[in-house]
Design a protein around this ligand. Structure first.
Ligand code: LLP
Length: 413
C-alpha cells in the first residue's frame, strides 16, 4: 500500500490526505506516481535480459495521466475496445506496443486498430478469425494475430473474474486451438505471431499460471510439428495484490517461477492491470453522518457504490484507512454510501470511530475503481489527483451535475 501514517495522519508520498481532500473535495481518487513506477519496475527489472513486452491492461485504470506515465516507463498496452485504443494514443502510447483482446471486436474497431498499426490482435474465436481476415483484406493489409486459448485451468479466484475455464466465454478451447491456428495460417490477410491466454484476475498462487503456461508450451510444440512457429507467448495478466490479508507472490517471485519455462527466443508478453495500479490508489471520502439502529452502526460517507463497485459486485474486501489513524479502533461498523440500494456498501464490519466530518480512505482503489464508476443516482463522478512527491496534480476534474445531462434532450412540445 502506497499510503502510510505519519504522526497519526494518512499520507500519500509527501502530502497529507486531509489537505488534498480540502483542496479537491470528496469523493476523491488519489494516486501515487512513485507507487506506479515501483510496481512497473517490479515487473520490468527481472525481465531486462529477455525479449518482452509489458502491456498494461487499460481497463484497470484508463486515466490519460496514468497511461502517459506508464508509456514513459516503456509500457505497452492491452486494450479491449476502440475507446481504449483512442485513449492510449491520446496519452502518447505507442500503438506498435498494443495488443487488442476481447471476444466481440467490431469491424470498425478492427479497422481502426489495423490502421493504427497495433502489435497484435488477440483473437478469441473462429468467427473473429474470419472477420479480421475480411477487414484486413478490404484495407489491403495483413493483421498480426495471436490466438487466445482457453487452457481450462482453475485460477482459484472469484467466479466473476475467473476466465480460463471451459465454461467461460473467453478464448478458443485448447483442444480446438491447433485447427484454429491452421486455419489462420492459411488465410492471406492474417499473420500468426503467437499464442495467448488470460486465466483470471486477483490470482494469489503461482501454480495456475504455471499450469496454463505448460499447456501453452505443449500447444506450441504441436504447432511447430505442423510448421507453425510462434514468436511470442502472451501469458495475460491476473497477478493478485494484497488488499487486506492476501499473500500473492511478488512480481519477482512469480516471474522466477515462469521465466525458466519459456524459451528465451520467444518474446514474453504480459498484460498486468491490477498489480501495476491497485495499491497506488485511494478513494477518499468524508463522513456525512453516523447512525446506530441498536443492532448495527453505520458510517454514512459521501462515496458510494457508483464510485467504487468492487465491494458490492465481488464482495471484495478493501482496506479502510481513516485519515486519522486512531479512528481505526472503535465500534464495529459498516461503511455505506447514500445510494438507495441495500448493496451500497464499501466495507462491512470494520472497527471505526470516525464521525461526521471525518475523512476515511479505501485502499487498493487504483485498479477497477474510477473506471467502473457510474452516474447512478445522478452522482457526478469523483475527481482524480496524482501525487508526485510534494506536488498534487489534478488529472481529472470532478464532473458537474449539469454535465450529467449534457447529451440529453426533452421531446418537442
Ligand atoms: N488481460 C485480459 C485479457 C483481461 O481480461 C484482464 C482483466 C487483464 C489482462 C488484466 O488482469 P489483472 O492483471 O488486472 O488481473 N473488475 C474486476 C477485474 C476484472 C478483470 C477483467 N480482466 C475487479 O475489480 O476485480
Amino acid at each position: 500500500m502506497s499510503a502510510y501514517y505519519q504522526d497519526q495522519k494518512l499520507m500519500v508520498e509527501g502530502l497529507a490526505v486531509d489537505n488534498m481532500a480540502k483542496q479537491y473535495g470528496t469523493p476523491l481518487y488519489l494516486y501515487s506516481k512513485a507507487a506506479i513506477e515501483q510496481a512497473f519496475t517490479a515487473f520490468s527489472a527481472p525481465l531486462k535480459d529477455r525479449k518482452h513486452l509489458i502491456c498494461f491492461a487499460v481497463k484497470a485504470n484508463s486515466n490519460l495521466a496514468v497511461l502517459n506515465l506508464l508509456a514513459r516507463l516503456g509500457a505497452g498496452f492491452d486494450i479491449v475496445s476502440g475507446g481504449e485504443l483512442a485513449r492510449v494514443i491520446a496519452a502518447g502510447g505507442d500503438p506498435a506496443k498494443v495488443v487488442f483482446s476481447g471476444v466481440g471486436k467490431t469491424r470498425s474497431e478492427m479497422a481502426e486498430a489495423l490502421k493504427a498499426g497495433i502489435h497484435c490482435f488477440n483473437v478469441e474465436s473462429i468467427a473473429e478469425i474470419d472477420r479480421l481476415n475480411a477487414v484486413a483484406a478490404e484495407l489491403n493489409m495483413v493483421a498480426p494475430i495471436s490466438i487466445r486459448v482457453n487452457p481450462d485451468v482453475d485460477a482459484k479466484t472469484h467466479p466473476y473474474i475467473a476466465t480460463g475455464l471451459k465454461e467461460n466465454k473467453f478464448g478458443i478451447d485448447i483442444l480446438m486451438a491447433p485447427d484454429a491456428f491452421r486455419k489462420a495460417k492459411a488465410l492471406p490477410n492474417l499473420k500468426v505471431l503467437g499464442v495467448d491466454c488470460h486465466i483470471g484476475s486477483q490470482l494469489t498462487q503461482t501454480q495456475p499460471f504455471v499450469d496454463a503456461i505448460k499447456r501453452l508450451l505443449e500447444l506450441k510444440e504441436t504447432l511447430s510439428q505442423d510448421g507453425i512457429e510462434l514468436e511470442h507467448m502472451d501469458i495475460g495478466g491476473g497477478l493478485g495484490v494484497t488488499y487486506t490479508n492476501e499473500q500473492p507472490p511478488k512480481p519477482a517471485d512469480y516471474l522466477a517461477h515462469i521465466l525458466p519455462l519459456i524459451p528465451s527466443n520467444v518474446t514474453l508478453v504480459m498484460e498486468p492491470g491490477r498489480a501495476l495500479v491497485a495499491n497506488a490508489g485511494l478513494l477518499v471520502t468524508r463522513v456525512e453522518m453516523t447512525k446506530d439502529n441498536g443492532f448495527k452502526r453505520f458510517v454514512i460517507v459521501d462515496a458510494a457504490m457508483n464510485d467504487l463497485m468492487r465491494p458490492t459486485l465481488y464482495q471484495a474486501v478493501m482496506p479502510v484507512l481513516p485519515v486519522v489513524e486512531a479512528q481505526q479502533t472503535g465500534p464495529i461498523s459498516d461503511l455505506v454510501g447514500p445510494v438507495c440500494e441495500t448493496g451500497d456498501w464499501l466495507a462491512k464490519d470494520v472497527p471505526l470511530s470516525s464521525e461526521e466530518g471525518d475523512l476515511v480512505a479505501i485502499g487498493g482503489a487504483g485498479a477497477y475503481g474510477f473506471v467502473m464508476s457510474s452516474n447512478y443516482n445522478s452522482r457526478p463522478r469523483a475527481a482524480e489527483v496524482m501525487v508526485e512527491g510534494t506536488q498534487a496534480h489534478l488529472i481529472r476534474q470532478r464532473e458537474t451535475v449539469a454535465g450529467l445531462w449534457a447529451g440529453e434532450q426533452v421531446l418537442p412540445e
